[in-house]
Write a protein that binds this ligand. Structure first.
Ligand SMILES: [Cu+2]
Length: 127
């Protein structure tokens, strides 16, 4: 094996290890949604190769507005899906698109891109 081949191999192995860690073990930072005077729970999620923040905490029984600010142009992120709330929405690049719903049950609900590759979580706590 040449030196270059060795470097490529070590590089590939560490890239694969990092990807596995990133997708399966990284604990997303949970952000508490802001609550306005009317009780609406709002969070702004940046969409740029992933969701940031990727975990949002809200309370059950109050309306939620998630606003997705899509910065990237990859086809992957052009849709956001919240299957538990029956929501599938197109996100134009460079725009903020909001979805509104009211979670009634505490639990953890996923939101994903149209293909289920990008993932975020909505953590619903009981009041
Ligand atoms: Cu995707």
């Amino acid at each position: 094996m040449t030196l270059v081949e060795g470097i490529v191999m070590v590089g590939s192995v560490s890239a694969i290890a990092w990807l596995n860690w990133y997708f399966f073990f990284a604990v997303p930072k949970t952000q508490q949604a802001a609550v306005d005077g009317a009780g609406l729970q709002e969070a702004l999620v940046r969409v740029d190769g992933g969701y940031s923040p990727s975990a949002i905490q809200v309370e059950a029984g109050r309306p939620v507005r998630l606003s997705f600010d899509r910065a990237d142009t990859s086809g992957c992120s052009e849709e956001v899906v919240l299957p538990d709330f029956g929501i599938r929405k197109f996100l134009p690049t460079g725009a903020v698109t909001s979805v509104e719903f009211t979670p009634t049950q505490a639990g953890t609900y996923q939101f994903t891109c149209g293909m289920g590759m990008l993932r975020g979580r909505l953590v619903v706590t009981s009041r």
